[in-house]
Write a protein that binds this ligand. Sequence first.
Ligand code: CDP
Ligand code: MG
Length: 140
Amino acid sequence: MATERTYAMIKPDGVQRNLVGEIVSRIEAKGFRIVGMKLMHIPRATAERHYGEHVGKPFFEGLVAFITSGPVVAMVLEGENAIAEWRKMMGATNPKDAAPGTIRGDLASTIDHNVAHGSDGAATAEREIGIFFEASELID
Ligand code: CDP
Ligand code: MG
């Protein structure tokens, strides 16, 4: 299994609810290497680009409004099978379906405020990392 990088984000609800430490603890305990990390307020155009695959869906406008509503913690995580592993740690998109022990299962209750984001595949990871980070912001 190859070492991969994925884009991970603590959404505005997670920051606002003081869950940054809890979520970063889980990331570190799992053994991911955090190779990029910053607190930022996402500009609207960047949010629309990041969620471009969802343009036209009924939840798109609300999603962009939410993700730009306050600061997020943007991260790049590195590890074996990191893309799938981080999605497994987050749990299902809808916290109502997310297993206990997962971030969304333990810390969130509604789909529109589900605390964390993770890339869904290799191409997405590369695209999303490029949206949020310059190569010079990532450690080797
Ligand atoms: O984040 P994830 O990849 O698990 O799910 P997605 O299908 O890519 O959707 C992106 C985000 O849109 C989700 O994390 C939800 O916060 C939000 N969403 C929503 O508010 N209502 C839906 N019916 C579906 C997704
Ligand atoms: Mg997604």
